[in-house]
Design a protein around this ligand. Structure first.
Ligand SMILES: [Zn+2]
Length: 420
């Protein structure tokens, strides 16, 4: 049994923090129709045509409940599920905020009818219709088919992303053949130039190094007016990136520095337009390790500061070693459910820092450029990536295994004095 298509209609009532959804599921194959829904949602009804269907709770998990639909007619496809819930809090990168003046949803925080809540990576198509107050700016990936209606072919459930607010103002600029679209809160309008410059510098640098961005893979940026409700760094979803206004303001107030090191607001998420979205990696930790490495190198280029990369990687090393003293599982064993930042991003980026020490930065950047042009629009697995590295580079055969599949932190090639 597989859910092939979702025809999803959302009614959002920001002033109440409530969401109501109707999802019409096209199901293929035999077997019982099972689905997961977040614990903060209640099912109102399940129907097939005019007939009401019963359901049964099969398992109550920490975040989701598994349901089984009873007496479904397998020859008569679409099943309609109606549910509602309250979504007024923020949950990290699995965002979910409905506030009087802000709606921000991502994959409904694992609360979307699906068959595999641990991964949330199955593919399907969807139609999305959103009922939201008038005069709000609504940003979602995909092609618009009319007023507030979106359709696209999607890869992952997380891609069903939505940010809407009456506080957003939109700016556009053309850069390297990409139509940049930047949505920022109205109270940050005086920073629009500097924010747009940061965004376009990121796009320019990536284009120069890796080739042109494929249409639809990037170019939309949002500074969300989350305020303290969601005061954290951002994420990317299928062609767009989002960061909170608090972090953005912090960066501007501190002259674009965090902990004494220059940092771009948009660079990390922009790089994902090439690596993570452009070339999709089956293992998210690989996408983050590559992106974090590239973020440091490209930041060093962008700000033209000597030793910036050294300073960054040195600070990462300290943090990683501290973390490993508490939990030294290999990177590949960390999942979305863990506190994976130090492992995926920081230790992960060190794998490429170490590779750089073996082959030189220019060759490594060239290799990423080739990987991009060979695999843009495709998903590659860690095993395939390993094969590409082994085929192209003359380094320790166990190099990636060493960094991603084993414990500890011991660079093979990098020595403090052997690098520029
Ligand atoms: Zn990332």
């Amino acid at each position: 049994m597989k859910i092939k298509h979702h025809d999803l209609t959302l009614k959002i009532e920001p002033e109440l923090g409530k969401l109501k959804a109707r999802d019409i599921l096209e199901v293929s194959g035999d077997g019982e129709l099972r689905f997961y829904l977040g614990n903060r949602f209640d099912i109102i009804s399940i129907k097939q045509g005019k007939k009401s269907l019963d359901w049964e709770v099969e398992e109550e998990g920490k975040l989701t409940t598994r349901y089984m639909v009873k007496d479904r007619d397998r020859k008569m496809s679409p099943v309609e599920i109606n549910w509602k819930g309250n979504l007024s809090s923020f949950q990290g990168y699995r965002v979910s905020i409905i506030r009087e003046d802000l709606v921000e949803l991502s994959g409904f925080c694992w609360w979307f009818p699906t068959i595999e809540p641990q991964s949330q990576f199955e593919s399907f198509t969807y139609d999305l219709k959103v009922d939201i107050p008038e005069n709000w700016t609504i940003v979602t990936p995909g092609e618009s088919m009319g007023e507030n209606s979106k359709y696209r072919y999607t890869r992952k459930i997380e891609d069903i992303f939505l940010c809407a607010s009456p506080l957003l103002e939109t700016y556009q600029k053309e850069c390297c053949g990409v139509n940049l679209e930047l949505h920022i809160p109205k109270d940050m309008i005086r920073f629009k130039e500097v924010l747009m410059d940061d965004f376009s510098s990121s796009i320019e640098l990536c284009t120069k190094l890796f080739g042109p961005l494929k249409k639809g893979n990037g170019g939309i940026g949002i500074v969300s007016p989350r305020g303290k409700d969601g005061a954290e760094w951002g994420f990317e979803r299928d062609g767009l990136w989002v960061v909170g206004d608090l972090f953005t303001k912090y960066l501007i107030d501190n002259d674009w520095e965090v902990m004494g090191l220059p940092k771009s607001l948009s660079l990390h998420e922009t790089i994902h337009g090439w690596f993570g979205i452009g070339v999709d990696f089956k293992e998210p930790w690989l996408a983050e390790a590559i992106t974090q490495y590239l973020e440091v190198i490209l930041t060093t280029m962008m700000y033209d500061k000597a030793d910036l990369d050294k300073k960054y990687f040195h600070s990462y090393r300290e943090r990683v070693e501290k973390h490993l003293a508490e939990d030294d599982r290999p990177i590949k064993e960390y999942t979305f459910l863990d506190n994976m930042y130090t492992h995926w991003y920081l230790k992960g980026s060190w794998a490429f820092r170490d590779m750089e020490a073996a082959i030189g930065r220019d060759r490594l950047l060239e290799l990423f450029s080739t990987i991009y042009s060979d695999h843009v629009g495709k998903t590659i697995t860690y095993e395939q990536f390993k094969e590409i590295i082994e085929r192209n580079l003359d380094i320790e055969p166990d190099f990636l295994t060493h960094w991603f599949e084993r414990k500890g932190f011991t660079p093979i090639y990098w020595k403090p004095d052997n690098f520029r």
